[in-house]
Structure formats: C-alpha cells, structure tokens
Design a protein around this ligand. Structure first.
Ligand code: DLL
Length: 433
C-alpha cells in the first residue's frame, strides 16, 4: 500500500516542475522574512527572481550547522514566534543545542511524511505501534508518534529505557510494530529472550529503525532475533526529524520525500554537485516548510542517490545507506555527540588538562562510551574521595551538555598520548560500515 500515490509515484518531469515551484515560493519566503537568509543571498548576488526552476538551486548559498548555532535560538525562523507551535532541538557542536521551530502546517507535513514511511512498512490502522525512541527535544519519539497517529494506528508512547516494561507491554498490548534505534532494538531482543515468554505470544512483525547508521548484518540479526522485517527510517532534526526517507518492502534504498525535501549530492570538499549516482555529501532544501525553511543544508551524511523507478512503483529517489559523515559527529545510543562538546566541558574545569580520549564500542548490543581525562599534577592526589567526587562532577557536567553519561576514567598527568600533528582523540571500535 502507498500512502500518497500522487507524490510518491509522480513522473520525474512533473516532480521536477513541482520542486521548482515550491523552491521558488520558499526562496521568496525566506528572502522577505528571514534577515540572515536575505543577507546571505545579497552577499552571493542572488535575488528571488534568479530562481525560476529547480536547476537554479545551485545559485543559492549553503546553510550549515554552524549557521544554526550562530543564529541561535530563533533568528532563522521565517515566521513570528506566534506562528510556531513546536520547538525541537538536537546537539550542536558546543554546549548550545541547535533549535528548530515548526508551524502547524509543518507539523502536518511531518505527520504526512511519517505516514508514508509507516504505510510502506505495512503498518495499518488496526495495529499497535510501540514508539521506543526518546520523547522530548529529540525528534525520534514525537516524530514516530505523529507518523503512527496519522496512519490511524494505536500509538504506545513508551519512550526509551525500562526494558522489562517495554517487553511486558509489547506482549500484553500485542504491539505489531516497534520504532526505536537499531541498537536499542538489539538490546530489547536480548531482553525478550531473557523474559522467557515464547516468541509466538508476541505479535511483533515490523521494525522502524533509524537515527543512527546500521548495517545489513545488523538487519539480519534483528530480523532473526525479533522475528520481524526491519526497515530503515531516515531523518534529521534540521530538516524535520524522522520521515525524510524510508525503505519500501524491496529494501533496496531509502526513498526520500523529495516533494518536501529536495536532495542534492555534492563533493564535501568543494561543494560542487557530483554526477548522478556518485557518492558525496547529502544536501537538503526544505521546499514546503514555513516555520524554519532551510536552503541547501549540508547534512554531512555521505551517500549516493538512485533515480531509477523502484520495483514497488515509487519514483521517489532512493538514497543508499549512510556510509559515514564528513564531520566528526558520533552517534552513541542514538544521541549525537561531537568531540568538541567533550572538549568544551574539559577545558572549563580547572582540575583537568586539556587532553582527553573518547572510546566508543558496542558490548552486548549496547554502545559503551568512555571518556579518559587527565588530571592536573597538583590535583592528582592520592585522596580517593576527592578523585571520586571529581569524576562524578565531570560525568554530570558531560551528561548535562551531551545528554548522555559517559564512563569517565581519570588518568595520570601526561598519560594520554600527545600528538605531533592532528590529535587523534576518538577511537570508535564499533565498525558499523
Ligand atoms: O536522528 C532523526 C531520526 C529519529 C531519524 C528517529 C530516524 C529515526 P538527529 O538527532 O538530528 O535526527 O540526527 C540526524 O542521524 O544526519 C544521520 O547522520 C543520522 N541518521 C538518522 N537516521 C539515520 C539512518 C534524527 N536511518 C543524523 N541511517 C543524520 C543512518 C541516520 N544514519
């Protein structure tokens, strides 16, 4: 079943025309209503009249995460705050998050694109959908919630954590679909096994997994352990949240909702468009949103696009798996973490040297996150209680900045390797791609 056949199966030339019209409207909107965008366009010598079709998009300047930080919190809005009905946020590269505002119309778009995803996975009105993405500033919980509600399914807003209860309700309520990060799904799979409840007593058959990179091997493991079909869902806060793209039953690429989010692939170094089918950095322009439209947003996600019509009948362009990022962002237990956030916390604490090392691994299907920090000579006392207190303080501070508590290890002065060139501060042992 296809939620919106008109849009998902539109002929390429009609889609291109529609994208051109919508881009033009968006450019007019941001030019007249958002000072930073107008300035940026003036600097680039572009006016709304220069944008007549989707091909003209290359004339527009890029937007980056840095812009969201520089114009924090509300300067990138294209409407007065009275028109905003929701705010969501995600990690920035430093202590401040990046903020996104939605109008009522934007929330409608979010529900619509989410419904396309959930319908493609086979979720129907009569199903119970267990949403185990975190609810709150992170878009996962509320995004998947809107998707399920728009389809008309019964939403079970579990949020993440509390595994035993997750399994009890999954069993008792007969959840048909589970929406969470693939790593949490693996963790739940182990919990399900430990519960001793026979698999036949569960109705689960669909997984909607995303928010972090995952592999075909993980898909296989999830499908076997949970006895389900596991689908990819892609999205990012800046653009809308989950629902930017989804897999269909053929699982041969992630279809993008390109009538709302226009994708381009560029060379991450030069910003030049790359030929069709080649790998590069994914760039999105939102062409229907009104609260905080973004033009040519550099996602930093590395992938490629395939414009062939899919076996499912959808013409919506397909994105390959995300093969990495062109920045240093890590995704740990679904939370975006920048090494610069850790650095900012460490540098503000007088007891610490500005040297640290982050190690990420996956043990028993759960991400581990260790931060090693060097204590200054004068503070490195033998007094255990002082050191334990310091360790706690660092862990709390990191938790409040990042939203995730690392395992902090205090190490002796000068024990973290100094580098002669670019410091290597991260070891991600998870080997996801
Ligand atoms: O992770 C939105 C989301 C929530 C998507 C729930 C899917 C499900 P952010 O926290 O802003 O938003 O993180 C966005 O996560 O640029 C990718 O690097 C990564 N990412 C998201 N989905 C996938 C996926 C949400 N399916 C960043 N595969 C993106 C690989 C993904 N990476």
């Amino acid at each position: 079943m296809i939620w919106n056949e008109t849009m998902e199966c539109m002929k390429r030339e009609d889609m291109t025309k529609l994208q051109g019209i919508r881009l033009k409207e968006t450019v007019e909107r941001v030019y007249h209503n958002c000072v930073p965008y107008r300035k940026r366009m003036q600097e680039a010598g572009v006016t709304p009249d220069d944008i007549q079709s989707i091909e003209d998009i290359v004339k527009l300047p890029f937007t980056s995460k840095k812009d969201l930080r520089d114009y924090y919190p509300f300067e990138l809005l294209s409407v007065p705050i009275s028109e905003i009905v929701r705010l969501q946020a995600s990690s920035g590269t430093t202590g401040k998050p990046i903020v996104v505002g939605y109008t009522r119309k934007d929330l409608g778009i979010w529900g619509e694109v989410g419904a396309r995803c959930f319908t493609a996975y086979g979720i129907r009105k009569q199903d119970v959908v267990q949403v185990s993405y975190g609810y709150g500033l992170f878009t996962g919980g509320l995004g998947a919630h809107a998707a399920a509600e728009t389809v008309g399914a019964a939403v079970l807003p579990m949020s993440s954590g509390n595994t035993e209860k997750q399994i009890m309700l999954m069993h008792d309520f007969g959840s048909v679909a589970l929406a969470c990060t693939p790593s949490y799904a693996l963790y739940l799979a182990d919990g399900l096994k430990d519960s001793g409840i026979p698999r036949e007593e569960f109705k689960l058959k669909i997984g909607a997994f995303g928010a972090e990179p995952w592999t075909e091997a993980m898909r296989k493991e999830l499908e076997e352990k949970l006895g389900i079909k596991a689908y990819d869902i892609y999205g990012l806060t800046e653009i809308i949240g989950p629902g930017v793209g989804y897999e269909c039953v053929h699982q041969n690429g992630t279809h993008l909702c390109e009538d709302h989010f226009y994708p381009e692939i560029v060379n991450p170094e030069t910003g030049e468009p790359v030929p069709h089918g080649q790998m590069g950095e994914l760039v999105f322009s939102t062409i229907t949103k009104t609260g905080m439209p973004l033009l040519r947003f550099r996602t930093r996600d590395l992938t490629s696009l395939n414009y062939e019509t899919c076996e499912c009948g959808r013409t919506a362009v397909r994105m390959g798996r995300i093969l990495g990022r062109s920045d240093d962002m890590l995704i740990i237990r679904g939370v975006n973490v920048f090494p610069s956030q850790v650095e900012a916390v460490i540098c503000e604490m007088p007891e610490l040297e500005p040297h640290y090392f982050i190690e990420v691994d996956r043990v028993n299907n759960l991400d581990t996150f260790e931060v090693r920090v060097e204590v200054k000579e004068e503070f490195y006392s033998d007094d255990m209680s002082t050191l334990v207190g310091l360790k706690k303080q660092i862990a709390h501070r990191l938790q409040s900045v990042i939203g995730l508590q690392p395992d902090v290890k205090l190490v002796e002065p000068r024990s973290i390797e100094r580098s002669q060139g670019k410091a290597k501060r991260v070891n991600d042992k998870r080997k996801l791609v």
